[in-house]
Design a protein around this ligand. Structure first.
Ligand code: ZN
Length: 69
């Protein structure tokens, strides 16, 4: 089993998302009332190839992005 490490930025911030999408995504991630599963479904619809675990990990602050905000 691989240990949880602080990896690179989450894949969900990579293309194909537009700048506008990213803005929406960041707002959703910060909103406690928005469910992780709905964020993930939104990402899927946008064509982003991201696992729900990535979204969960990000929300728990176990990734690199945290330092940037
Ligand atoms: Zn992240």
């Amino acid at each position: 089993m691989e240990k949880v490490r602080r990896g690179p930025r989450c894949a969900m911030f990579a293309p194909p998302l537009s700048a506008e999408d990213l803005e929406q995504l960041r707002a959703a991630l910060k909103a406690p009332e928005v469910a992780t599963s709905s964020i993930w479904r939104w990402l899927e619809k946008k064509g982003a190839n991201v696992g729900i675990e990535t979204v969960k990990r990000h929300r728990r602050g176990e990734c690199y992005c945290r330092r940037e905000s």
